[in-house]
Design a protein around this ligand. Structure first.
Ligand SMILES: NC(=O)c1ccc[n+]([C@@H]2O[C@H](COP(=O)([O-])OP(=O)(O)OC[C@H]3O[C@@H](n4cnc5c(N)ncnc54)[C@H](O)[C@@H]3O)[C@@H](O)[C@H]2O)c1
Length: 422
């Protein structure tokens, strides 16, 4: 049993911003100790060693599996490398926490799920931290308890105000390092929605555009040597401790001809249980927030999740005028408590010898929808989301799903809506 007196010995594979940040949380909440560092970039390793001075440096990632002093490996390299690096650890007996998105293509997702199918003794988790925050958990609890009846339709908006900093000045949108921002960013909401609806995607249709960023500026143009009065100029900022050590400031022109990902997209999904979703991702939004609406046979949940404010959750019911507002307290630490809750789930799953809530099969679902959405944008077609073995999924909707719900039972259930315990 891993606990404070027997801490999980963690290796970080990919000592960038996320590798270091999440591992610091891991140690801070007493789940374990970082014992090993691997990165192909010497500046990243140098900084990581200053943060975790007792951890040893392991040069080759494939050697991590042979090291008896390591219990678990946190893979926090860029997404296109996740699958190959995880597969290297097959048979090693190490528990794996692979950052989101699990992979960039459907083929890679399947390779990872199938590759680890027989590895039942290790925890194989994807870092979809967003679903572990209290607002998402509360919506899941409300839907699972039948409070709004069966969810029939839903919509979600990912408003991203930070995309310049996070993506469009960054090499990841210039060098094909991501397979689109639906995969990179949207996978969190797509995962949370599928969990709340309680079903898997069957078909996807989407549109996308690069309408705000991108353009004809040269590939090597950077903000610090540009004189233009530009709204998207990357201002020189006080460098973080990491940035002082790690080379490669990301200040490419956001209007570069190399920008090659959509900055806005609309993704429509139908799920096996007949529920539908319309998901909008916008990378030039004025604010940074997520909005969710789930409409069921009895009522509706609306939630808004600003990244620098209090979340809002309201419940409304058919044939009733009042709106019920709930206060949901978010947890401590990064990602509004989602990171800590996710790390706790990782260690609990190891201790209980069971799959984690966001195991590889679950992580594959969000990435599969994103990959199919990208395909739909390019082809203009409705794209089937297949099972791992390639077989087709079907929608099992039935008609008249509100039959049997009486007005009387509606009002009784409103009174019975549990207040948020979270
Ligand atoms: N869960 C979240 O909310 C969240 C937040 C941020 C980042 N992420 C994910 O974490 C991952 C890393 O993101 P980041 O922002 O830390 O990136 P980063 O560029 O800061 O760090 C990546 C590190 O991996 C190293 N690396 C690259 N390829 C390698 C290889 N083959 N072997 C060893 N090291 C290698 C790089 O040198 C770099 O130090 C991405 O998949 C990203 O999507 C998730």
């Amino acid at each position: 049993m891993f606990n404070r007196s027997n801490p999980v010995r963690l290796a970080i594979l990919g000592c960038g911003g996320r590798g270091i940040g999440l591992s610091k949380e891991f140690e801070k909440i007493g789940l374990g100790k970082v014992v090993s560092l691997t990165d192909r970039n010497s500046d990243s390793l140098k900084y990581a060693s200053s943060v975790f001075p007792t951890a040893s440096v392991v040069k080759e990632s494939r050697d991590l599996g042979k090291n008896n002093d390591i219990d678990a490996i946190f893979i926090a390299t860029p997404e296109a490398t996740h699958v190959q690096l995880a597969l290297e650890q097959k048979g090693s007996g190490k528990h794996l926490l692979v950052e989101k998105p699990m992979a960039t293509t459907l083929e890679d997702c399947n390779r990872l799920v199938l590759g680890f199918q027989s590895e039942s003794k290790v925890v194989k988790m994807v870092g979809l931290c967003m679903r572990y925050n209290n607002l998402i958990k509360r919506m899941h609890e409300l839907v699972a308890s039948g409070t709004i009846g069966e969810v029939i339709t839903s919509y979600c908006v990912d408003n991203v105000a930070v995309a310049g900093d996070y993506y469009f000045h960054n090499k990841i949108t210039h060098h094909n390092e991501v397979m689109g921002l639906i995969q990179q960013k949207g996978c969190h909401s797509l995962d949370a929605i599928s969990w709340i609806i309680g079903s898997r995607a069957v078909k996807v249709h989407s549109f996308g555009g690069l309408d705000y960023y991108g353009g004809e500026e040269p590939s090597d143009k950077i903000c610090s040597t540009c004189d233009e009065d530009c709204a998207e100029r990357k201002e020189p900022r006080v460098k973080s401790n990491r940035a002082k050590v790690v080379a490669g400031v990301q200040e490419f022109c956001a209007y570069s001809r190399d920008v090659n990902v959509w900055d806005n997209s609309v993704v429509n999904v139908i799920y096996e249980n007949g529920a539908k979703l319309s998901f909008i991702e916008c990378h030039f939004a004025p604010d940074y927030s997520r909005e969710f609406t789930f409409i069921g046979t009895k009522g509706r949940i609306c939630a808004r999740f600003p990244h620098n404010g209090k979340p809002e959750l309201t419940l409304t019911f058919r044939h009733r005028a009042e709106v019920i507002r709930e206060e949901v307290k978010m947890g401590l630490g990064s990602h509004f408590g989602g990171d800590r809750a996710m790390l706790e789930e990782f260690v609990q799953a190891i201790n209980e010898n069971r799959p984690a809530l966001t195991d590889f099969a679950v992580g594959r679902e969000a990435s599969a929808v994103a990959a199919c959405a990208e395909k739909s944008i390019v082809t203009g077609l409705v794209v089937d989301v297949p099972n791992v073995d390639g077989s087709k999924r079907t929608v099992h909707a039935r008609k008249g799903r509100s039959r049997g719900i009486s007005r009387r039972s509606l009002s009784e259930e409103i009174i019975a809506v549990p207040s948020a315990q979270i």
